[in-house]
Write a protein that binds this ligand. Structure first.
Ligand code: ATP
Length: 332
């Protein structure tokens, strides 16, 4: 555990939480590398929030271990509190105080000297784009503004680890885009470690270095989005979509003649190649070398949505659920 803690900021071993006979989190072994963004993915009731609460020491595990930067949340709550900032799905602020006053209150609670506090607050509101709104009462803020103020609140505390529960829930698409860009900078520019839970797969795919897929308390798969796709597609046939210009007989022959290509179909300007393996690197090289302009080359069914859906279907037998039930459970 000590060695792992050097590379990984968050480590759990056999982490389990039972509520009576319900196993909300089942034997979770999680490792989150320092400076990366990790997404906990799963539908309602999968155990994401319970996991987060155990990481933060806000609920006690039934079994297993948690270490945050080598500290045990149950035995060293203050150390964990100084290392881990939490953005819940609904952030609580004083509604009749301004954004700035709320942040000042946080700074006071955290014992920051006034000059340090004012400087951090100024930088935080600027970074989250709330300079103009900082003197308005939080009661007038939109949900997206509250989330950004929540991040400013974390920046005032300045923890190396930030844990976010459904950070983008209920925010309009433009706000989501901005929020995700901001979350990305917290890892890429500041070197912070981010753990977030989400059911919004496209978004997670966009910003997470690694994801863990949760179904009924179990993490059934974990890795980069590419890893998950490879694991899932192992032994299966691959379908590649290719768009290159111009589409002529020579291009079709180049595609057909690649080792691993079993079949070629044309769908308007798009070529669909059924392959026995992933031939993207060799195909890209061949097409470009032959002087074509390659506009699109993608492995079909490689999006996180597809991976997520397929993992659920794969688990169906084990859990005795139907794909329809799973779909109903997932929030959209
Ligand atoms: P959501 O996105 O809906 O919050 P989740 O993946 O975060 O889902 P959890 O909130 O961790 O899931 O819930 C996991 C399971 O544990 C659910 O079946 C839930 O009903 C149950 N559960 C959570 N908290 C408690 C509690 N305090 N007492 C009893 N059961 C609970």
């Amino acid at each position: 555990m000590a060695k792992a803690a050097q590379n990984y900021l968050v480590v759990t071993e056999g982490l389990t939480k039972q509520y009576g006979s319900l196993v909300a989190v089942d034997n979770l072994n999680l490792k989150v590398k320092r400076g990366t963004i990790f997404g906990l993915l799963g539908p309602n009731g999968a155990g994401k929030t319970t996991t987060i609460l155990m990481l933060l020491g806000l609920t006690e595990p039934t079994a297993g271990k948690v270490r945050i930067d080598g500290c045990d949340p149950a035995r060293e709550p203050l150390k964990v509190k100084s290392r881990a900032g939490y953005l819940p799905d609904a952030v609580g602020f004083y509604q009749d105080m301004t954004g700035w006053e709320n942040l000042r209150y946080t700074a006071e609670l955290n014992g920051l000297p006034e000059d340090v506090a004012e400087d951090r607050i100024a930088r935080a509101v600027e970074r989250v784009g709330l300079v103009d709104a900082a003197d308005r009462k939080v009661g007038e803020y939109s949900r997206g503004m509250r989330q950004r103020l929540g991040i400013a609140d974390l920046l005032v505390k300045d923890p190396p680890l930030i844990i976010m529960d459904e950070p983008t829930l209920g925010i309009d698409p433009e706000g989501v885009r901005e929020l995700l860009a901001l979350i990305r900078t917290l890892a890429r520019e500041d070197g912070r470690t981010i753990l977030l839970s989400s059911h919004l797969l496209h978004q997670v795919q966009e910003i997470c270095d690694e994801v863990g897929i949760f179904v009924r308390g179990k993490m059934i798969a974990c890795g980069t989005v590419d890893d998950l796709g490879r694991q899932l597609l192992q032994g299966k046939r691959f379908s590649l979509e290719v768009e290159a210009d111009p589409v002529d007989e020579r291009l079709l022959n180049i595609c057909r003649s690649q080792p691993g290509v079993l079949e070629l179909k044309q769908d308007g300007p798009r070529l669909i190649l059924l392959c026995s393996r992933d031939i993207r690197p060799q195909l890209t090289k061949e097409i470009v070398t032959a002087g074509y302009s390659l506009q699109h080359l993608t492995l079909r069914g490689y999006s996180l949505d597809e991976i997520y859906r397929r993992y659920f279907i794969k688990e169906e037998g084990e859990y005795g659920r139907t794909a329809t039930d799973t779909k109903k459970t997932a929030r959209h």
